[in-house]
Ligand binder design. Structure first.
Ligand code: NIG
Ligand code: FE
Length: 424
């Protein structure tokens, strides 16, 4: 494999120096940008990053053997990282959207058997092959938007076989698609109808059968619970997250999305790597998250699509909570794959600065999935995952919103998107 030399980016946004701890407070604005910057890549790994003249000098006698990409006028960033998706699912729910537009709430639809239950039905009925094909199409779209790593949750099987099937598909996608897929077990996404009269029975199935098997087969790294009134209580969530810990699964949590429910506090108590949503998190909960370094994964696309007030990102950042951003890609509350659009919404609806938004979708997102030592910044030794945007500076990626500025994507040192098209 020939070396790859990306040269003379107008802005090379490195985010260097934050692999050990996520960026917090004012530091989220420090993107470590190199003007006229270049990157030398070999065997899928970043070897050197710096001003073009420096690298041109250092590699002078090897430039002829390298593939050279001219990034003049462009903005180069680490490949974007989406730390919260429900990637693997079947079916679609636009009919529920019409119901919501007429006044029904997300929870009303779910309690009437729609929502998560509708997607669970479709996902259970889908063959593994169909699920793979549908999810692969979505993964291609992620890649086209500059995303090189996604976290993917189960949670639409809600039975032993169903959950394993979803996680097997995620694993196969990881093995066959350029985008890296990091799996989270979300058996506690809802109590399925057949367990309605015995919710504790379902919780025990999760704790005693599903978690041990998921862990034994190495099908997930994280264990997540939808902790919300009417779904799983904080006490139930605690039991499920502790059971996961006992089997080596790191806790994550869907917390305080619809009402304040102690989710942020619980995340800190169990030592979750992240607490996600947080629209209604209490001040005390945020304080404890900051103390324990729990990352707040914010999902402004979900608030936008559910037509609710977004999370108070400024309050998180001012309290010292490290913030990451994600699409929450799912068929009901956030049917998008566009992390750049989510960054625009983070600015417009949560008043994050464009710099904070980019840090939140790169290095802090890497921290939210335990990958900060390998991805999330452009530094020697890290995976050569990069996005090249047709933008004169990083702000334009979100300022000209709703437009996909991704021109080229490099994954593990290979060009996988060129001129806005997947080329694998
Ligand atoms: O993160 N809040 C719970 N779960 C998803 C939605 C899943 C669905 O509606 O299918 C979320 O928004
Ligand atoms: Fe979610």
């Amino acid at each position: 494999m020939r070396p790859l030399f990306i040269r003379r980016a107008r802005q090379l946004v490195t985010l260097a120096g934050s692999s050990a701890a996520p960026l917090v407070r004012e530091k989220m604005n420090d993107l470590q940008i190199i003007e006229n910057g270049s990157v030398w890549i070999e065997r899928g790994v970043i070897i050197a990053v710096g001003p073009d003249d420096e690298l041109a000098h250092r590699f002078a006698d090897r430039i002829s053997e390298a593939d050279v990409i001219d990034a003049r006028g462009k903005t180069v960033t680490p490949g974007l990282i989406d730390p919260h998706t429900h990637l693997v699912y079947a079916g679609s729910r636009e009919h529920e959207w019409t119901m919501r537009l007429r006044g029904a709430t997300y929870m009303e639809i779910m309690n009437a058997g729609g929502g998560i239950h509708a997607t669970t039905k479709a996902t259970r009925e889908a063959s593994e092959e169909m699920l793979y094909e549908e999810s692969k199409r979505r993964l291609d779209l992620f890649l086209l938007h500059g995303v090189t790593t996604v976290e993917a949750k189960s949670g639409y099987g809600l039975s032993f076989e169903g959950e394993i099937k979803q996680l097997e598909v995620a694993k196969r996608l990881h093995d066959t698609h350029p985008v890296d897929v990091v799996s989270t077990f979300l058996g506690a996404h809802a109590v399925p109808p057949e367990w309605k009269d015995d919710r504790d029975g379902y919780i025990r199935l999760i704790m005693e059968v599903m978690i041990p098997e998921v862990s034994r087969r190495g099908l997930a790294e994280f264990n997540d619970v939808f902790c919300e009134r009417g779904v799983f209580t904080p006490d139930e969530a605690r039991r499920i997250l502790e059971a996961g810990k006992a089997h080596g699964l790191t806790p994550k949590i869907h917390a305080d999305e619809i009402e304040p429910y102690g989710g942020a506090e619980l995340a800190a108590e169990v030592g979750a790597i992240s607490a996600d949503h947080l629209l209604r998190a209490s001040d005390e909960g945020l304080r404890r998250m900051a103390e324990r370094g729990v990352i707040g994964v914010l999902l402004p696309g979900t608030a936008f699509f559910l037509m609710t007030q977004a999370a108070d990102a400024r309050r998180l950042i001012d309290n010292g909570v490290p913030v990451a951003l994600a699409t929450d890609c799912n068929p009901g509350s956030s049917p998008t794959v566009s992390l750049p659009l989510v960054m625009s919404l983070a600015c417009l609806h949560m008043r994050m600065t464009p710099a904070e938004a980019l840090a939140a979708a790169t290095i802090n997102a890497a921290h939210a999935i335990g990958r900060s030592h390998v991805i999330g910044s452009l530094e020697p030794g890290k995976k050569a995952d990069l996005a090249i945007f047709n933008a004169a500076n990083y702000m334009q990626i979100m300022y000209y919103y709703g437009v996909n500025h991704t021109e080229m994507v490099i994954k593990d040192g290979k060009i996988v998107v060129n001129e806005g098209k997947v080329c694998i």
